[in-house]
Design a protein around this ligand. Structure first.
Ligand code: NDP
Ligand code: 3PG
Length: 522
């Protein structure tokens, strides 16, 4: 460990924990502009890294040590206003920038992200306790996403439509309608803590490629990873003003951002906050990726060993802090004992520890999150669930994985999203009962079914009211070009590279009215 990055700004922060040698080195190189001499990370406006006039900072608590690991600026409303002004001005010129050139920028950003991936990943380890290997994977996956977006964008956005009038009854062929895709204007992008880089890039890439400007509000836990990532956009030479980054607590600046008159679209990923935002938002398009309670249905004829493997991975990767985590297993009675035993064996093999050591189960993001998860577990305990994994154990934010059998619809865990290393199992009489439970949920993100019968799989998929159903694998958003969407309280609109590009444009028609009919005769 190297020396300390100590803040002397007026804030309620004590001492910031020691920085690594690698961090200190990177601060003097590619990333030297992003942090102020005070140690507080800067916000980004008009192509510059700046300190906020507020003189205030927000602390980021390392979930593993429960000490402050970083501080970011608490941006003011005036600074946010200037971001929207700058974005509006820069967007006009950007919309006139040829598609191939926009693509070139994104490829450049992707290359820079790969080159400078490690420091971004190091931030993820500290800010959100993501295992080291997964942190690096998130950054590389994000660079791949940008490259793909650039390639898809030049084709998809370059294509329009020509409609002739005479296909509608009573019309002659004297009108031609040219349909094109035009940018929305300024997109407000708000990603969550669990994929602060990937879910930022999945908004920024399509928005910029489609000719929009972006104001990014990163999650507080994950803000410094977001700042490092944004430096790659800056270094790629993106025009000043086109992209800004505002830090500050969502609870403090969130409403000001989402209700700002300069916003032309909100692309949000997170929890129920998104529902409140949707209700308050003005007449702007919304792309909302919200919570989930992904149900895994195991039929009597399933390959139980394979199902158990997928369930353990799906339920406990990143300690269950994925919107697509398996959050409830509904297994048919006749095979329940065998499945539970196989899952228990897999859970027992999970390594519990620190993200730096690449443990499978690492501390959850915050103390309040750990308390919430514990509340769900205790509710199930009081109501008679069986603790398959033995005694409940917690140290700080680190929760040992919990596998609960005999969960019933009367327990909170049958319906609520723990976002932690807790997996409830409900025994059901039939797959129909499982589907009915899934469809009674307020969420409808993904689901999965394990069966050897493809006809049964398709029938169950048809019956499950969720945005995606995975057959014989756990739910997942990736690969990033697959459409990804939630029904009911799980979202509005769709993600996935092509769908995100489509959500970042509006349709514009130009109708050419001719004095005479026109037919191309060949
Ligand atoms: N469907 C999907 O694709 C995904 C859904 N999720 C869901 O996200 C949740 C976990 O992420 P988490 O970060 O805790 O979610 P939150 O909803 O708490 O926060 C998401 C983002 O919203 C910001 N925010 C908070 N309050 C406001 C506000 N009033 N106005 C505007 N922005 C605000 C947060 O900032 P700050 O951090 O400063 O509070 C953060 O950047 C889970 O429910 C999970 O299922 C996660 C990933 C993918
Ligand atoms: O937040 C999440 O859960 C992500 O959107 C999930 O992505 P993944 O399923 O590809 O890990």
């Amino acid at each position: 460990m190297g020396g300390c990055v100590v803040s002397n700004v007026a804030s309620n922060v004590e001492t910031i924990e020691a920085g690594t040698e690698r961090e200190l080195q990177t601060m003097s190189g590619f990333y030297s502009d992003i942090v102020a001499p005070t140690g507080v990370y800067k916000y980004y406006l008009n192509g510059q890294w700046l300190e906020s006039a507020s003189g205030k900072s927000v602390s980021i608590i390392n979930p593993s040590t429960r000490q402050t690991c970083y501080e970011v600026q608490a941006c003011t409303q005036d600074e946010v206003n200037r971001m929207f002004d700058a974005a509006k001005a820069a967007q006009k010129a950007w919309a006139r920038t040829p598609l191939w050139k926009r693509a070139e920028y994104l490829h450049k950003v992707a290359a820079l992200m790969r080159e400078h991936a490690q420091p971004i990943a190091d931030c993820l380890v500290k800010e959100v306790a993501k295992p080291a290997k997964d942190s690096l994977t998130e950054v590389v996956r994000s660079a791949d996403l940008l490259d793909y977006t650039a390639e898809e964008g030049v084709r998809f956005l370059g294509e329009g439509q020509l409609l002739n009038s005479d296909s509608f009854p009573g019309q002659q062929r004297n009108k031609m309608c040219l349909v094109s895709k035009v940018p929305l204007g300024v997109v407000l992008a708000i990603p969550p803590f669990n994929y602060p880089v990937n879910l930022a890039v999945s908004k920024l890439g399509p928005a910029l490629m489609a000719g929009n400007a972006v104001v990014l509000k990163p999650p507080t836990q994950g803000a410094v990873a977001g700042i490092h990532m944004l430096q790659c956009f800056h270094a790629a030479g993106l025009p000043a003003g086109l992209l800004s980054l505002a830090t500050g607590r969502g609870s403090e600046i969130g409403d000001f951002l989402t209700q700002h008159p300069g916003v032309n679209c909100i692309s949000f990923t997170g929890g129920d906050t998104g529902i409140a935002i949707s209700k308050k938002a003005g007449m702007v398009p919304l792309q909302m990726e919200l919570g989930g309670k992904d149900v895994c249905i195991v039929a009597a004829d399933a390959d139980l060993a394979a199902a158990a493997k997928h369930i353990v991975k799906g339920g406990f990767s990143y300690s269950g802090q994925r919107c697509t985590a398996v959050k409830l297993v509904c297994v048919v009675d006749s095979v329940a004992d065998e499945l539970v035993a196989a899952v228990a064996k897999g859970v027992a093999a999970l390594k519990v520890g620190m993200p730096e050591d690449d443990a499978d189960i690492t501390p959850v993001v915050s103390e309040s999150s750990a308390n919430f998860i514990e509340g769900l577990v205790m509710d199930a305990k009081e109501k008679g669930a069986t603790f398959v994994t033995g005694e409940y154990r917690r140290e700080g934010n680190l929760l040992w994985p919990v596998l609960l059998d005999h969960v019933t619809p009367g327990m909170r865990l049958a319906w609520e999203e723990p976002f932690g290393p807790v997996l409830p199992i409900m025994r059901v009489a039939s797959t129909d009962e499982a589907v009915a439970h899934c469809n009674a949920s307020k969420y409808g993100l993904q689901g999965c079914v394990f069966t050897r019968d493809i006809n049964a799989a398709i029938a169950i998929s048809d019956a499950m009211e969720t945005g995606t159903v995975q057959v014989n694998s756990a739910p997942a958003r990736g690969p990033d070009h697959f459409p990804f969407q939630g029904f009911r309280d799980s979202g509005i609109g769709s993600q996935g590279i092509r769908n995100s590009l489509a959500m970042m444009v509006k349709t514009k028609s130009t109708v050419i009215n001719l004095d005479q009919e026109t037919y191309t005769m060949g």
